[in-house]
Structures are given as C-alpha cells and as structure tokens.
Design a protein around this ligand. Structure first.
Ligand code: FMN
Length: 229
C-alpha cells in the first residue's frame, strides 16, 4: 500500500464509527502502537499503557459499559443543543453517527484503550521551600496537564489508522463508568483509561474534515486581534 502524505492524513482522518467485523492483523496493530509511542509525554515519562482488546466477550462487555455511559452523554447533548457552527443536517448526522456507536462499539474487531499510570510528584519535603509552599498549585498543575501525556499518542493512533486504511474515533464516554472498565480490564489502581477507540476497516469513506477556519479561531499576538492580519 502506498503511504498517504501527512497533511492528506490530517485532512481526512474523520471519525469512522461504522466498521467492518474483519480482523486486523497483529503486525498492523503493532505498527499503530509503535506510532502511538512516538508521541511526547511529560518529562518523557512514557507512563502509558495500551490495552488491545480483541477477545469477543471482553469487547461485548466493554460495549455494554459504553452503551450505559452513553445514556448520560445523550442527556448532556440533548440539554446542550446544536453548536452554532453546525447546520441542522450536520448536527443530525453527528448525533446519528454517535448513536450508532452506542449500540455497536463491542462489534468493532479491536477496542484499543489508551491508559496512563499516575505520575506521583516528588515528596514535598524533597522540594526547596519556595516550591513546597505552592504544593497545592503544583497538584492542580499535574491534574490540569495529565491528559496531555496521552492524547498526543491518541492522535498518532488516529493518523496511523488513517495511513493504514483503518477507521477509528477517539471516544471518552466510558470514563463515566471508569470503575467498571478498570475491573473488566484488570487495571492496577494507579492506572486510568483516557480513551476507548474502536478500530477496524471502515464501511464508509475517509474525510474531508469540515472545521471552523483559522481566521475564526486564531489570533495575532493577543486575543481578539485578527489572524491573518
Ligand atoms: C475529548 C473527545 C471525546 C470524544 N468522545 C466521543 C465519544 O464518547 N463518542 C463518540 O462517538 N465520539 C467522541 N468524540 C469524537 C468527536 O465527536 C469527533 O471528534 C468530532 O465530532 C469531530 O468529528 P470529525 O473528526 O469526524 O469531524 C470525542 C472527541 C474528543 C476530542
């Protein structure tokens, strides 16, 4: 298979939730994982783990947890309503695609679960007084930046899947029922899940991705100043 260019991959790696049941070979999955682990992590800690779920019963159970969690998500979406940048038709398709996955998550041939182990800060006593004095702020910083050590790997997975002709989507609904997921996957207490990614050969087509343009979301030097000038 000829390699797709990086920008073509970024512009066409849309969420693909309708997947064929055909198995994905081990070497392809290893290639995806090898792309995932090229991502940055705080302090290069690489405190991640990736659970590759292919066992049919494990997938069925994960799918059932996702289904349950999605009831909460759907109530939230109903209360929030359509974002201004989406047309009625775009929003209808978005909701229909999301709802499809509620019922079919467990049928994807692979469910990939990117995880992170908690990264404990050094003991307070080991810190200089000025840094120890802002201990609570440091804990808040760790909390705020935690996901930044796994979501770059998730994006690498999305792009690697695109390059290899596989469909996927980042989902997080299951975190609403995280205890059940952790028990099912036998995760240690200090390991948490950050995404649940169905992976398989897509029924639909890739891209293109519709987004608000940079002129609406980027600023020059300070908030509110038009980009490009
Ligand atoms: C943090 C995050 C959480 C998401 N959670 C879910 C989810 O639980 N279920 C789902 O179907 N899609 C989920 N998505 C996918 C988004 O719906 C999708 O990225 C967005 O609609 C854009 O889709 P597109 O790339 O196909 O245009 C999530 C995306 C992000 C970034």
């Amino acid at each position: 298979m000829s390699e797709i260019g990086l920008f073509d991959a970024m512009y066409s790696a849309r969420s693909l939730r309708r997947l064929k049941p055909d198995p994905v070979p081990d070497e392809i999955l290893t290639k995806i994982l090898d792309a995932a682990i090229r991502a940055p992590s705080a302090g290069n800690a690489q405190h991640w783990a990736f659970i590759v779920v292919r066992d049919a019963e494990q997938r069925r159970k994960l799918g059932a947890i996702y289904r349950k969690a999605s009831d909460i998500a759907s109530a939230i979406y109903r209360a929030r309503g359509r974002p201004a940048h989406m047309s009625e038709e775009q929003y209808r398709r978005f909701l229909a695609s999301g709802a499809y996955l509620w019922e079919h998550m467990g049928e994807a041939p692979v469910l990939l679960v990117p995880c992170l182990r908690d990264r404990v800060p050094p003991p307070r006593e080991a810190l200089p007084a000025a840094v120890a004095a802002r201990w609570e702020d440091e804990l808040a910083y760790v909390d705020r930046t935690r996901g930044a050590s796994i979501y770059p790997a998730v994006q690498n997975i999305i792009l690697a899947c695109r390059a290899l002709g596989l469909g996927t989507v980042i989902t997080t609904n299951h975190i609403r029922c995280e205890d059940e997921v952790k028990a099912l996957l036998s995760l240690p207490d200090d390991v948490s899940t950050y995404a649940l990614m169905p992976i398989g050969y897509p029924q639909g087509k890739f891209g293109p991705l519709a987004r608000k343009p940079p002129s609406e979301v980027a600023y020059a030097d300070r908030w509110g100043a038009a980009w490009p000038r």
